[in-house]
Design a protein around this ligand. Structure first.
Ligand code: ADP
Ligand code: MG
Length: 483
């Protein structure tokens, strides 16, 4: 029954920006300070005060717009969106109405089957946040913290291009990764720095017209957006199947039950009476401003991903892991300034370096050693001076402790240099052969797999330092020798 239907989804995402001061005043935006301390007459909306535009707000909007290939608007007007609420002292939000700073554009996501899909954007506009009402802190009263009032936001609105909860999940993850790469938002949905409302409708597959949409609010994680959409699709299909009509409405997500419930119907929808903000001049975003921002843009995760796969020959899995977080990607990029062995560089970061970070709950910036030193280890392995296992299990842990020493110094001092000298290895091979005469006989009668046993013995005798290639040749030579 579900297979007959298709979901149509559009998302509206509020992105809280990492500027130092607020959108229209110089109040601090610092998080976690005493309630109602980051306020001034402007963010409290006192009569006679005037807002000022924060240049960073515009800069961050342009950054995101460029990353999404949107058209950047030259003449930006501000508008008032009027409504009454206790956490909105001015009685209106300053926002953009019909002149959003970014028009169109897209965010590309990788779907479950590995193909890419563009989710088109309608717009991205600048606005300010409201304060925060807390209804669960005091038994009798609601409390209000106005520190958040006036914090700069971007609102990103998608076209109804998303077709499943999984696509929505991937889209949100991509947007989060993007704003983190751009350093404009911490992307933390649990803490409310990224908030998402989902517009959902269903229709019969192949139908041209969209069904009636329902807007769902109050999901505080990407996973919960996915859950809310899944529930909402099922609920709507059930209604359609029963032949029940339903109107446009706004619903809220209940994370405990995994269901949605009505907040307000379209008839009760607010009329915001948008009108031009008389206290702010239009802001002109000229080409020089755009070009300056363009020049300072970091490499974006999807571009890096394609470079790693297409130019460096890494697997999609490896490229995905390396680009998931910006600090790891930057570390990889830095490492590549010292080595051309892309695969080894990727393996070192995804293996020893990442495990070390995880085990010690450290951040890439805390690493004591330099990418250059990892590159030196990589060339030592490539030159056969140390084996990968000795390098990762013995050399690397020492380097972590004594990063002021060079890897080759550490290898010398700790006697880790691989033995490639065949006469030395040959004597070990002789010992191994002598130890298991019956296994030698078995090998000669056809059990070729026994090479591994002799190799293991040689590696043990050399304490892991025998060059495996040389050792293998010699082991085979001795085993094949007919005497
Ligand atoms: P509204 O007038 O209710 O604000 P908009 O047309 O501005 O609606 O769209 C708001 C969001 O809802 C956008 O993300 C848009 O893609 C999405 N949307 C519009 N129509 C539908 C629909 N029928 N089903 C799902 N999403 C929709
Ligand atoms: Mg709208």
């Amino acid at each position: 029954m579900l297979d007959k239907y298709e979901a149509v989804i559009g998302l509206e995402i509020h992105i809280q920006l990492l500027t130092k001061s607020k959108a229209y005043s110089s109040d601090s935006t610092e998080f976690g300070v005493m309630p109602n301390t980051n306020v001034s007459v402007i963010s409290l909306g006192h009569p006679g005060t005037l807002p000022m535009v924060n240049k960073k707000h515009i800069e961050y909007a342009v950054k995101l717009g460029l990353a999404c290939k949107s058209d950047i608007r030259e003449v930006n007007r501000y508008a008032r969106k009027n409504y009454f609420y206790a956490d909105l002292p001015k009685g209106y939000q300053i926002t953009q109405d019909d002149t959003p700073i970014c028009n169109g554009g897209k965010v590309t996501v990788t779907l479950e089957d590995g193909t890419e899909k563009d989710i088109n954007l309608t717009r991205i506009h600048m606005e300010e946040d409201a304060g925060k009402s807390m209804h669960d802190q005091d038994p009798f009263d609601s409390l209000i913290d106005l520190n958040r009032a006036g914090v700069p936001l971007l609102e990103l609105v998608t076209e109804p291009d998303i077709r499943s909860s999984d696509e929505a999940f991937r889209f949100l993850s991509e947007v989060r990764r993007l704003v983190r790469y751009l350093d404009i938002c911490d992307g933390n949905m649990e803490e409310g720095s990224m908030r998402c409302d989902a517009n959902i409708s269903v229709r019969l597959k192949g139908a041209k017209e969209f069904g009636t949409k329902v807007e769902v609010k109050n999901m505080n994680s990407i996973r919960n957006v996915q859950r809310a959409i899944e529930h909402e699709i099922e609920r709507q299909i059930e209604l359609v199947e029963k032949g029940e009509e339903f109107g446009q409405e706004t619903r809220s997500f209940d994370a405990v039950r995994g269901t949605t419930f009505t907040l307000r119907s379209k008839e009760m929808a607010n009329d915001y009476r948008y009108f031009p903000e008389p206290d702010l001049q239009p802001v002109i975003v000229n080409q020089v401003f755009i070009d300056t921002i363009k020049a300072g843009m970091p490499a974006l995760p999807r571009e890096l991903f394609h470079r790693y796969v297409n130019e460096y020959g890494l697997s999609e899995y490896d490229a995905g892991v390396l680009t998931e977080s910006k600090p790891i990607a930057l570390y990889f990029e830095e490492l590549l300034q010292y080595t051309n062995n892309y695969k080894a560089a990727a393996n070192w970061i995804m293996g020893p370096v990442k495990s070390y970070l995880n085990e010690n709950a450290l951040h890439v910036d805390d690493l004591s050693f330099k990418p250059e030193q990892i590159a030196q280890i990589i060339s030592m392995v490539d030159e056969g001076k140390v084996s990968f296992s000795v390098a990762s299990q013995k050399l690397f842990p020492i380097l972590v402790e004594i990063p002021e020493k060079s890897p080759s110094q550490i290898a010398e001092e700790n006697n880790l240099i691989q033995v490639s000298d065949s006469s030395e290895i040959e004597s070990l091979v002789e010992q191994a052969i002598a130890k298991f005469p019956d296994k030698v006989a078995e090998y000669r009668s056809g059990k070729k797999g026994l090479v591994g046993l002799f190799m293991g013995e040689v590696m043990r005798l050399s304490r892991g330092k025998a060059d495996p290639k040389v050792a293998n040749q010699l082991v085979v030579k001795y085993l094949e020798k007919q005497d």
